[in-house]
Design a protein around this ligand. Structure first.
Ligand SMILES: N[C@@H](CCC(=O)N[C@@H](CS)C(=O)NCC(=O)O)C(=O)O
Length: 225
């Protein structure tokens, strides 16, 4: 059985992406959570991961690191991770890679499942990222007919945007209605709800990450308290 090594559910958006995909596709796995350290976790994570970053997947003697590499490794055994149709698959891969390589506002360390933030100081680049995600989602949902980004089934592209749905919700970001319905759909997935519930029950806090949220806004609600 696969072992997925993740970091704190409250903060680790890259762990969520792989974890949610494996749950949705019904890939059996055990999970092992290694907690972040205040300041820097790389030394601790380096005992497992060659980059000092999580998640990692262990399959018998093989270690796979980096979320996108894990997805591609699993897709060889579970092709339903990607859409069946070649052209839809190409779109889903492009959007997934865009999430993985850019969209910095949704890629940075300032995701906490627990905190609702009222935005105050949003840099222009972050504004552009929000508009881009909204456009991308509208394109996928209209082109492939929903309810998921690449059509009928939940695939890797939905998993990669799942922390974005959490952030849009927690920051109350303005997006088109069709995108907002998609956010609601993702947040209603029982496995996503399970992740958030477990995240809110975690006893560990990484103050450095929570400080990052205070740079862009005011924390108006902490769902843990
Ligand atoms: N490109 C990597 C990014 C992984 C990543 O940034 N992981 C974060 C947790 S979500 C981490 O391990 N951070 C440790 C640190 O920065 O100290 C991937 O896609 O897996």
């Amino acid at each position: 059985m696969y072992q997925l090594i993740i970091a704190n559910k409250n903060y680790s958006s890259w762990s969520l992406r792989v974890w949610l995909l494996m749950q949705q596709i019904k890939i059996p796995f055990s999970e092992r959570l290694i907690t972040f350290e205040q300041g820097n976790s790389r030394e601790k994570f380096s005992r497992i991961s060659p980059t000092g970053l999580l998640p990692c997947l262990i399959d018998e003697d093989t270690l796979i690191w980096d979320s996108l590499a894990i997805v591609e490794y699993l897709a060889e055994a579970f092709p339903e991770i990607w859409p069946k149709n070649k052209l839809v698959r190409a779109w889903a891969r492009s959007a997934t890679c865009e999430m993985h390589s850019s969209l910095q506002f949704f890629n940075s360390k300032s995701l906490s499942c627990a905190t609702q933030v009222e935005l105050k100081h949003l840099p222009e680049k972050s504004r552009e990222d929000i508009i881009r995600v909204d456009r991308l989602w509208q394109e996928g949902l209209k082109k492939f007919g929903g309810p998921f980004l690449a059509g009928e089934n939940f695939t890797a592209v939905d998993a990669f945007f799942s922390p974005v749905a959490i952030k849009i919700n927690n920051y109350n970001l303005p997006i088109a209605d069709i995108s907002q319905h998609y956010v609601n759909r993702i947040l209603e997935l029982p496995y996503l709800r399970q992740w958030i519930k477990e995240a809110l029950n975690e006893p560990w806090r990484v103050f450095e990450y929570e400080e990052l949220e205070k740079k862009v806004g005011i924390i108006i609600k902490d769902l843990r308290s």
